[in-house]
Design a protein around this ligand. Structure first.
Ligand code: F6P
Length: 548
């Protein structure tokens, strides 16, 4: 595919200017930038869809921001945004449109894929999900023995697991507590065993979630689930119909597995796995929080979509955060981003973002098939605060690497108790402050620290961070937050001139595993043709596994 801006990324005038500007700015401390502009902390902020962003603690000046926006323009970001929203096949290596934004479009919207409006299909599935969720939640849907469903087990992996788990944890406050939710993803059998060991099959509903319905882990777990159910409830064909539903784009494979397609909720190839938590893949989420809250979640996504599509880049949250991460990655040498939610309900948000960001922009090939000559996707990681403070923050404060941080906090606790929330918020503000401003040798000495100890107690500071502050964690705010990161990834991909929507890098390992399975299971020693290390490991495993 030809990029619409064929100039090499590093030859764009704004890129060259940013490189020179970055060399100068490396020596400038945030202390100086704040001292020079008393209103900086109010000026470098933006707000949309219920999220307030303070990006003033990044190592940027007005000149940096001007150049970054210029880079976005030179990279054709506006045209790419329009191409995505209008259903162009921008995932050109798979010949697919990229339309997760259609999943949250209002009923009366029109979005064409190959000349067909996809919005009515989206709402038809949402309506079926609503009906099903209402029946399960009200007890109208009964299991094979007539008992109500008390347990819902989602079987899926990657995008068919991480979104549902994250959303379930994030929105637990709004969930139906009489229903128990479990998530099985790993092909390690223990995941299934532990998830079902205390469940009654007569009260258990499995949702088999897989876009392709070919994923080894999910199909293996689904087979074990079917065996477990039939062992508990007898092998009547109706057992599967009452206790299994599927979410997939692949009708043929779902029925080949034995699930009645009347119990299938569909989506489409223009929804990437890691962009699918608001499609039918969100069925477990809807069962947990109810259809109304699920629609509020979609509204939050949509509000952020509209902001991304229409706001000027200078005020556009995803564009600003995307550009700042490019600045930190390509011009200040950062290799990671820490996402640090000060909200325990968001404990799985960093794990969710790992797939969203790294499966999208972990790329070395440009749209026109060349090898990139610059860094692309940084490593995303994180833990909720304040836990992370007592674990890895030491390295962020005093280590040799530059680790930009995204802090996320809420003005209200969902269930306030005692002083907890003020203490939590004091910590998040303090961390961002400490990272930016540090503590000088003079300040350390002034505290009476002996000279020999001073270098150990100095904080250089000048560590960049964003702080996102919202009112409270509602379904709508969660939707806005997820859409924010989806569009950050999009913005980064546009600048790096890569396709964030394919994931060929996961294929090789899958193919090799398929080749190794029979070599492990063969009753006679197989002829091995791998490298000497892999051959040796296989032989050793075969020997060990025959020993009791
Ligand atoms: O192996 C990676 C991947 O293809 C992800 O992109 C996807 O989210 C996951 O596997 C699961 O795929 P599926 O939903 O088709 O089972």
């Amino acid at each position: 595919m030809k990029s619409n801006h064929p100039t090499l990324t590093t030859k764009r005038p704004a890129w060259t200017a940013l490189a020179a500007h970055g060399r100068k700015l490396k020596a400038v401390h945030l202390r100086k930038l704040f001292a020079a502009d008393p209103k900086r902390g109010e000026r470098l902020t933006a707000e949309a869809a219920g999220l307030f962003l303070d990006y003033s603690k990044n190592r940027v000046t007005s000149e940096t921001l001007k150049l970054l926006v210029k880079l976005a323009n030179e990279s054709g970001l506006r045209a790419r945004i329009d191409a995505m929203f209008s259903g162009e096949k921008i995932n050109f290596t798979e010949n697919r449109a990229v339309l997760h934004t259609a999943l949250r479009a209002p009923r009366d919207a029109t979005i064409l894929v190959d000349g067909k409006n996809v919005v009515p299909d989206v709402h038809a599935v949402l309506d079926r999900m609503t009906d099903f969720a209402n029946r399960v939640r009200s007890g109208a849907w009964r299991g094979h023995t007539g008992k109500r469903i008390r347990n819902v087990v989602n079987i899926g992996i990657g995008g068919s697991d991480l979104g549902p788990v994250m959303a379930y944890e994030a929105l637990k406050h709004y969930s139906e507590r009489s229903l128990m939710f479990r998530f099985v993803s790993n092909v390690d059998g223990i995941d299934f065993v532990e998830a079902t060991r205390d469940l009654d099959p007569a009260e258990t509903l499995f949702i088999v979630s897989s876009k392709t319905f070919t994923t080894q882990e999910t199909l293996t777990n689904a087979e074990s689930a079917r065996d477990w159910l039939l062992a508990g409830l007898g092998s009547d064909a109706k057992v599967v119909a009452k206790h299994f539903v599927a979410v997939s784009t692949n009708v043929a494979k779902v029925s080949a597995f034995g699930i009645d397609t009347a119990n299938m909720f569909g989506f489409w190839d223009w929804v990437g796995g890691r962009y699918s938590m608001d499609s039918a893949i969100g069925l477990a989420t809807m069962l947990a929080i109810g259809p109304e809250n699920f629609r509020a979640l979609l509204d939050g996504f949509h509000r952020m979509d509209e902001h991304f599509r229409t706001a000027p880049f200078e005020k556009n949250l995803p564009v600003l955060m995307g550009l700042l991460s490019v600045w930190n990655t390509n011009f200040l040498g950062a290799a990671t981003v820490a996402v640090l939610p000060y909200e325990n309900y968001l404990k799985r948000f960093p794990a969710y973002l790992q797939q969203l960001t790294m499966e999208s922009n972990g790329k070395t090939t440009t749209l026109d098939g060349r090898r990139v000559t610059y860094q692309t996707g940084p490593v995303y990681f994180g833990e909720p605060g304040t836990n992370g403070q007592h674990s890895f923050y030491q390295l962020i404060h005093q280590g040799t690497r530059l680790i930009p941080c995204d802090f996320i906090a809420f003005a209200h606790a969902l269930t306030p108790i005692g002083r907890h929330h003020d203490l939590l918020l004091a910590n998040v503000f303090a961390q961002a402050e400490a990272l930016a401003f540090g503590k000088t040798p003079t300040e350390v000495k002034a505290e009476g620290t002996p000279d020999w100890l001073v270098p150990h107690r100095v904080f250089e500071g000048n560590r960049p961070s964003n702080t996102i502050l919202a009112d409270r964690l509602t379904p709508e705010v969660l939707g806005a937050l997820v859409a924010l990161y989806e569009h950050i990834v999009f913005t980064q991909g546009a600048i790096w001139n890569v396709n964030p929507f394919d994931q060929w890098g996961v294929e090789l390992g899958k193919a090799l595993a398929q080749r190794i399975v029979p070599e492990l299971e063969s009753p006679t020693p197989p002829k091995l043709k791998h490298d000497s290390s892999t051959n040796n490991l296989i032989r050793r495993y075969r020997k060990l596994k025959t020993k009791p």
